[in-house]
Design a protein around this ligand. Structure first.
Ligand code: ADP
Length: 272
């Protein structure tokens, strides 16, 4: 069993990914899929007159400013067009996919961080009324029930807070939490880049292999959004995963290629 995270950035080829999921499930491979939707959310938010805003935390991570209206737009896109669009593509290929958000059945539960500390133009500021958080609990009983009944779970943010509010969570880190809770050995993260690039955006500078114990030293290579992926990988390793692969979601057979080692493979080597 492995967990697959499909990014939400422009350029990712969802048809090629769906083809590959269909092939792998026909071969009897079990998986849980998590997807994003950031590019389309930005488009829809702008069209609806509530353009996206990104903030940088004091620790240097960028995230979407999520007020209540943003959560509503986020749900329209992530739980709506992105999730149902992917379910449709998979069903058309004979995969019995079932789309769920982290709210459904309290699939992904966590603490809401209503106050966030950010840096703006070099100055520290506090933002209130944010609907963001982090997945702390995964409803594995629900996932196991679905898997046992032959469904392919297709999961998407938002998650649910302990007070039952929808919260925006990072998809990569939610995928890592899911992989840990389900005791998966591998997490594949498909995006619109071939993997972690030493000199972003130079695709020929792909870092092919990172021993797990050296991952910390690569945090500085990743900029903005890639930082969250490296953080997700760190969490996944700490939680017991053996292998995390960052790979290209724009190519044919993207999952099979990733599993065969194309991309950036972060691995616990023998002896560690
Ligand atoms: P997704 O929405 O597909 O999950 P993100 O857009 O959140 O992915 O993150 C991937 C993006 O991170 C890339 O498209 C790229 O713009 C950016 N990035 C920053 N630094 C790097 C790096 N060193 N290597 C690869 N990508 C990087």
């Amino acid at each position: 069993m492995f967990v697959l995270k499909i990014g939400g950035s422009a350029g990712i080829d969802y048809d090629l990914i769906a083809d590959d999921i269909a092939r792998l499930t026909q071969e009897g491979q079990q998986m849980i899929v998590v997807h994003g939707g950031s590019a389309l959310t930005n488009e829809v938010a702008t069209a609806l007159g509530h353009p996206p805003q990104f903030v940088t935390s004091v620790s240097g991570f960028s995230s979407r400013r999520t007020d209540r209206r943003t959560i509503e737009i986020f749900e329209m896109v992530y739980c709506g067009q992105m999730n149902k669009g992917l379910v449709e593509k998979l069903q058309a290929r004979g995969v019995n996919a079932i789309g769920l958000s982290g709210l459904d059945g309290r699939l992904w539960e966590g603490k809401r961080k209503s106050v966030i500390k950010i840096v703006e133009k070099g100055r520290r500021r506090v933002i209130r009324n944010d609907y963001t958080g982090k997945v702390e609990k995964v409803n594995t009983a629900l996932l196991n029930t679905l898997l046992l009944a032959g469904y392919l779970p297709l999961l998407t943010p938002p998650a649910i807070s302990y007070e039952s509010e929808a919260i925006n969570v990072d998809g990569d880190r939610a995928a890592a939490a899911t992989a840990i809770a389900m005791e998966a050995d591998t997490l594949v993260i498909l995006s619109n880049v071939p993997g972690l690039l030493k000199n972003f955006p130079d695709e020929s500078s792909l870092i092919r292999h990172i021993p797990a114990q050296k991952l910390d030293t690569f945090m500085d290579v990743a900029q903005d959004r890639m930082k969250k992926k490296v953080m997700g990988a760190q969490e996944a390793l700490a939680g017991g995963l053996k292998r995390i692969i960052f790979a290209d979601g724009r190519v044919e057979n993207p999952i099979q290629r990733a599993l065969a080692g194309e991309g950036t493979v972060i691995e616990v080597s023998a002896g560690f």
